[in-house]
Design a protein around this ligand. Structure first.
Ligand code: NAD
Length: 470
């Protein structure tokens, strides 16, 4: 769908008019394109006391081939970078007057154990934020508060959330800010997540807190190529005929997966056409039909599957006093219960292989609730419960389960919303615009990545840091 306001204020005349009238000017977000470098420019590294993640960061910087500068808070970075043969220098605040010198700011706060040690965060972002260019990236790294040894350490690590979310709201200009908590021992498993948060693939993901845990068989990540990370993998995507589902199918296929797209029989033509373009397989099933789990299991049985994306969903909005029993029941059944039945069938028969990935599509309505959406918000909150409750049970099999919670995404579903409510949904976030289906799809591709083995039980909002439910 088209955001005409964003297009207008980014035209030469519209930009002048917006400036003179003081109107907000949403940035045209930089999104991933295969014909443009994914990582470039200069990143500034800062650190608190005794940072534990600098070695892992050095591996990352080497692997993605960017140049780094050390802020004075990260004095340890310079010898480390020299040891790794990385080009580095020191960040000089005095030289930083102009916007746009830096493409990312990374701060290792993992060693902070007390609130009195938080000051280097102020020093680093005070000095560097104005030098961060449009659509730049901010990543703060810490330790999961709940795993901290002392209440003071827990307190200081929890404080990082307030900082990161505020940076996202202050930075604007298409800049994202996210917090990654790395469990002790999970240092080798951070690259896929940091690549995602540094990349234009995460254009509409901001203000999020993600935890990376120790995976079972810590050093046994399967080999993969970063450019074709899903090569040789099979992925099921429900609701794949159009909208977000079609985009998920396309992004997974672009990373090498064979996609099996499922949609209702009445969407067969659109599904066939989407799958044909991707060399995928089309299955016309209603996922809520009683026989669907067995049919899907039978269709996948021979070769099994590595990735299951539960995307199909519907809305039947009415205030609860006016909502029919059928409208309640169909939304719960398609958006939530069908997922449970399908996963049960695939897991019981071992069709979803060990080391597999389940990603479900929730919604910020499931986090915040929404007027006229008691059925929908119930189903989407249930999806969150499913992810959180199943993650520990699937761990021994190396299977991860996560959810994305989209905010306002430009699709046929949101095109149906009345104009004034639609405009509010679009603008009430740090990016002042709606997201695109590809933003949800790229986030799912990160969660489905072989390198995301330590990311499980997480709910990641794809909402441009929406104020709703924040
Ligand atoms: N668009 C948004 O802003 C937004 C926000 C939050 C969450 N979501 C969620 O994202 C997902 C995709 O939404 P969308 O905007 O692309 O919607 P959409 O209506 O454009 O697409 C949904 C797809 O699911 C299919 N589907 C519906 N019922 C099915 C069934 N019983 N069996 C098989 N397929 C079925 C539809 O035919 C359709 O192809 C949904 O779960 C939705 O709740 C969307």
């Amino acid at each position: 769908m088209n955001d005409s306001y964003l297009n207008f204020v980014n035209s030469p005349f519209g930009a002048r008019l917006a400036r003179s009238l003081g109107l907000p000017k949403p940035e045209v977000l930089r999104r991933y394109r295969a014909d443009q470098p994914e990582f470039d420019g200069l990143i500034a590294i800062g650190a608190g006391r005794e940072p534990h993640l600098l070695d892992a960061l050095a591996n990352l910087v080497t692997s993605i081939g960017v140049t780094s500068v050390a802020h004075e808070s990260a004095g340890l970075w310079v010898p480390l970078a020299n040891r790794h043969g990385l080009m580095t220098g020191r960040f000089e605040p005095a030289e930083s007057g102009s916007h746009g010198k830096l493409t990312a700011l990374l701060f290792d706060a993992s060693g902070i154990e007390d609130s009195s040690q938080l000051e280097p965060l102020h020093g680093f972002f005070h000095d560097t934020l104005r030098s961060l260019g449009k659509c730049g990236r901010i990543i703060v790294l810490g330790r999961p508060p709940e795993a901290c040894a002392t209440p003071r350490q827990w307190t200081a690590q929890r404080a990082l959330e307030g900082l990161t979310r505020s940076l996202g709201k202050e930075a604007r200009r298409g800049i994202t800010a996210n917090l990654v908590y790395v469990e002790q021992g999970a240092e080798n498993g951070i690259e896929a997540t940091l690549r995602f948060f540094l990349s234009p693939r995460s254009a509409y993901v901001s203000g999020q807190v993600v935890r990376i845990g120790v995976r079972d068989g810590a050093d046994a990540l399967p080999a993969f190529d970063w450019n074709q990370a899903l090569a040789g993998r099979r992925a099921v995507v429900t609701g794949a005929a159009r909208g977000i589902g079609a985009s998920i199918a396309s992004v997974l296929a672009a990373q090498g997966a064979h996609v099996i797209g499922i949609d209702i029989p009445s969407a067969r033509d659109a599904l066939d056409s989407t799958m044909r373009q991707l060399n995928g397989t089309a299955l016309a099933f209603d996922i809520a039909a009683p026989e669907a789990p067995a049919q899907i299991a039978a269709a996948l049985d021979e070769q099994g599957v590595d990735i299951v994306v539960h995307n199909a969903g519907i809305t039947k909005d009415k205030t609860i006093a006016k909502m029919t029993d059928a409208a309640w029941q169909s939304v719960i059944d398609i958006n939530l219960s069908a997922q449970e039945r399908i996963d049960d069938a695939l897991l019981a028969a071992g069709i979803l292989r060990d080391g597999g990935r389940i990603v479900a599509v929730s919604s910020i309505s499931g986090i915040a609730g929404n007027l006229g959406q008691t059925n929908y918000a119930t189903s989407k909150a249930g999806v969150i419960g499913r992810v959180q409750s199943m993650a520990p049970h699937l761990r021994a099999r190396g299977i991860t389960i996560n959810a994305v919670a989209p905010g306002f995404i430009e699709t046929q579903m949101t095109a149906k919303i009345p104009l004034t409510i639609r405009e509010a949904g679009r603008r009430m976030n740090s990016m002042s615009q709606g997201g695109q289906p590809v933003d949800v799809a790229q986030t799912i591709a990160w969660l489905a990545h072989p390198g995301s083995a330590g990311v499980s039980g997480q709910i990641v909002r794809v909402c441009g840091q929406s104020l709703i439910g924040a």
